[in-house]
Ligand binder design. Sequence first.
Ligand SMILES: NC(=O)c1ccc[n+]([C@@H]2O[C@H](COP(=O)([O-])OP(=O)(O)OC[C@H]3O[C@@H](n4cnc5c(N)ncnc54)[C@H](OP(=O)(O)O)[C@@H]3O)[C@@H](O)[C@H]2O)c1
Length: 293
Amino acid sequence: MRILLLGNTGQLGWELERSLAPLGELTACDYPAIDLADVKSLRQMIRDCQPDLLINAAAYTAVDRAEIEPELANAINAIAPAVMAEEGRLRGASFIHFSTDYVFNGSKGAPYLESDLPDPLSVYGRTKLVGEQAVQEVGGAYLILRTSWVYSLRRDSFVNKVLGWARTQSKIKLVTDQVSGPTWARMLAEVTSQLIVSVGQESADWFFQHHGLYHLAGSGYCSRFEWGQQVLQLDPHREEQVVHELLPGLTAEFPTPARRPLFSALNCDRFYQTFHLQLPDWKFALKLAMEKV
Ligand SMILES: NC(=O)c1ccc[n+]([C@@H]2O[C@H](COP(=O)([O-])OP(=O)(O)OC[C@H]3O[C@@H](n4cnc5c(N)ncnc54)[C@H](OP(=O)(O)O)[C@@H]3O)[C@@H](O)[C@H]2O)c1
């Protein structure tokens, strides 16, 4: 099986490259070798590679910066996935694309289902939603996996930020009113790869039969405050911490260019019921991730 992975230096893409490597003939690339904003070279690269399976882990993920670069965010998050879906469909390839909990406005008050109506609050969320819709419109053998609060210890993530603040500040304030499911990039990559393994050689037919939108994130949910609290407790080098107080705050105290949903946890039952795979509880995954610090 020929696999083309886009975005292999990102949090998720880096983990996917490791877990996909044994599954076939893998080509992995990222910016600047491929610029998703350049439709012509994106099409050409897919045609040259002739993948049986195309996986898109690349995205414009700078949520605040997207507010001032909406066209670039749209090119990467909305137009490029449509091109991938088209090219995949043309050659009968399967396509896995990732999306976000930020397509929701956060006012439901309970974990979101795939059938809930999206209503993004930011340019990032809107462009990701348009990308989902474009992939669905093209159709074919695709899976869209919506996930939430992705972190890795390798790149600049919330977990690394908290660890950094803990070493430089005596007080840290984290919001209690933003709630979602922390998702360790490695677990997300491994479950995605397990899914591909379980499909075997019949992948395009199977993907076609099961095509659609699924939620896939760390099980359970918490506030950024609770998440940070766990990070501080699980820090294997606590002796380096200078922080004395973790204070609860509210989103309104930290104005940002982009609005974020307050409660955007995802209900992942559909994925579990369909594929019999799930991500572990967020606290358990964080414990494993922190052992690697
Ligand atoms: N991070 C989260 O909290 C979160 C939450 C929910 C859903 N998601 C979704 O999960 C997926 C993976 O996210 P992630 O956190 O792994 O993202 P990430 O770490 O920001 O990685 C994204 C990758 O895309 C690449 N990229 C950006 N612009 C590009 C362009 N013009 N051409 C080619 N590549 C480009 C980036 O390259 P550079 O590093 O060079 O920019 C980076 O390697 C995305 O679909 C994202 O929307 C993420």
